[in-house]
Design a protein around this ligand. Structure first.
Ligand code: HEM
Length: 484
């Protein structure tokens, strides 16, 4: 008994010593004091802030401590940064993604998810080799070649909404319909098959796979113990990931020689370099990376327009002046390019509500410590760069929705060091062109067809469940604008 107690005492002392050492290496970086028991660190503030608003807490710390601050919880140190200096330092030095953070995307609850695909690869050399090979798939030419397919998905969306929502004065959650249209585009452009998601208002099985993956990420990022006590949710996440991988692995092995979709091109370019399992990793990434993020962007924009009647009117007038009122007609790339205000509104929604609001990098022994805002961050400590804080704090009237700031007439576009909803530097989003096209075309089709009425008690809060999106979705009433 005495030996057992002694052993536990020694383990506790050693753990304390380890925590002390880990924290003392970053003690020079400013951050809030620990009010609770030493080991808990800043856990108290974080737990409390969940109920209030984590975004507000982070902005408060940035205003208090400058472009870099640290939080500590047990032996974990979280270093947060924002702004052009952090951005330049973190991305210009080719720092890798931290394995400790990206292991979460590799596998979840014992099931492989994205593995070591483009998004999750932490070895810079391996990543660079692969990204060069697949450059063409993410080119402007490839994205522009998808306009016809995106148009077809958008007209199917309008048809479905017309069936579901008009005529009956009822609120409809448009968020889930955005999930459907982005799923359909991803399946057709990425994999060459239709998802069937736009045939019915019911959530399709494939939609549930993405939802499951997002819920898994949300549980994983909440806390190391969040999965405890949620066996049903964890089982659902596992089921979704297994089904998703099994569906996509069939598609990977049936790839045709002449590429008809992104996955064909990808498999053809990478099959000599990657194993079959790694090709499935890439397929899962292609399937998951763009759907939820683009659907969240659409939801955030439509939520914001609920309190921006002037911006809404400008967008609708622009659509009416460029497009045919025939709701089944396609909107061409040329027409889309004649709608700069619509594009500016999408960019402004991305600025205020970046769907992926934080990216992470880490200094290694090879790169040496990095300096941000006069503070040296030692190797091995993941550094989180807040895209959202950068967008909010580095723009004049940063919290205001002002699409005009992205119009050419207002001057040069914002510096790439302060505006980066698709990330910064060479590891920025590979699918940004496709995402922008999907978002602009979906909004153009939607607002050409329908007049939107928002409930008087509309909620404007956001939440991060996988991606950043409206807390209560976007309930709207739809009325057809033109007789069909
Ligand atoms: C509004 C929609 C989207 C947003 C906000 C978004 C955001 C991002 C961000 C911030 C990153 C960088 C992550 C980092 O630095 O750690 C990223 C990477 C990536 N995204 Fe997106 N994304 C969107 C849509 C898409 C789409 C549609 C696709 C695919 C068709 C896609 C595929 C990728 C890939 C493959 C990467 C990894 C790039 C690399 O490291 O080589 N994304 N995305």
């Amino acid at each position: 008994m005495f030996i057992a107690v002694l052993l536990i005492g020694v383990i506790i002392c050693l753990y304390h010593l380890h925590v002390y050492q880990v924290r003392s290496r970053v003690a020079h970086i400013p951050g809030p004091p620990c009010h609770w028991f030493y080991l808990f660190g800043n856990a108290g503030e974080l737990i409390k802030s969940k109920k209030i608003n984590q975004r507000r807490l982070m902005l408060k710390y940035f205003k208090l401590y400058g472009p870099v601050f640290r939080l500590v919880i047990f032996h974990k140190v979280l270093i947060f940064s924002y702004g052009p200096a952090a951005n330049r330092t973190l991305l210009s030095r080719r720092l890798p993604k931290p394995a400790a953070v990206f292991s979460m995307l590799h596998s979840m609850f014992g099931v492989r998810f994205m593995g070591r695909s483009l998004v999750a690869e932490t070895d810079h050399g391996r990543w660079l080799q692969r990204r060069r090979q697949v450059r063409g798939i993410f080119s402007a030419e490839f994205a522009n070649g998808s306009v016809g397919t995106i148009n077809e998905a958008c007209t199917a969306l309008v048809r479905l909404l017309n069936r579901e929502a008009t005529g009956e004065q009822r609120l409809l959650q448009i968020e889930s319909y955005f999930g459907k249209v982005t799923l359909e585009v991803t399946c057709r452009v990425g994999f060459g098959f239709t998802s069937g998601a736009l045939d019915t208002a019911e959530a399709s099985e494939m939609q549930s796979y993405v939802q499951g993956a997002m819920e898994g990420i949300a549980i994983k990022t909440e806390s190391p113990f969040a999965w405890l006590g949620r066996p049903a949710k964890v089982a659902k996440v596992r089921r979704c990931l297994i089904s998703l991988r099994s569906l996509l692995s069939k598609r990977v092995v049936s790839t045709v020689d002449v590429g008809v979709s992104m996955i064909d091109e990808m498999v053809n370019k990478l099959s000599g370099m990657l194993s079959e399992e790694e090709l499935v990793d890439e397929a899962v990434t292609l399937f998951s990376a763009g759907q939820e993020t683009t659907a969240s962007l659409l939801s955030s924009l439509l939520m914001e327009l609920g309190r921006q009647p002037e911006a809404m009117e400008k967008i609708v007038n622009e659509i009416d002046s460029v497009c045919s009122p025939d709701i089944s007609s396609h909107i061409t790339l040329e027409q889309l390019n004649q709608m700069p205000y619509l594009e500016a509104a999408v960019k402004e929604a991305l600025r205020l509500y970046p769907p992926a609001p934080i990216v992470a990098r880490v200094a290694t022994e090879a790169t040496g410590p990095v300096e941000i805002g006069g503070h040296l961050v030692p190797p091995g400590y993941p550094i989180y760069l807040s895209l959202q804080a950068t967008h909010l704090l580095c723009f004049k009237d940063g919290a205001e929705f002002q699409p005009d700031r992205f119009l050419a007439a207002q001057g040069p576009p914002p510096s790439a060091l302060v505006y980066g909803p698709f990330g910064f530097g060479e590891r920025a989003c590979a699918g940004h062109r496709l995402a922008m096209l999907m978002a602009r075309l979906t909004v153009a089709h939607l607002l050409r067809a329908f007049q939107l009425t928002y409930p008087a008690d509309q909620c404007f809060h956001t939440v991060q469940v996988g991606s950043l999106k409206p807390l209560r979705g976007v309930p709207v009433m739809l009325e057809m604008r033109h007789r069909v």
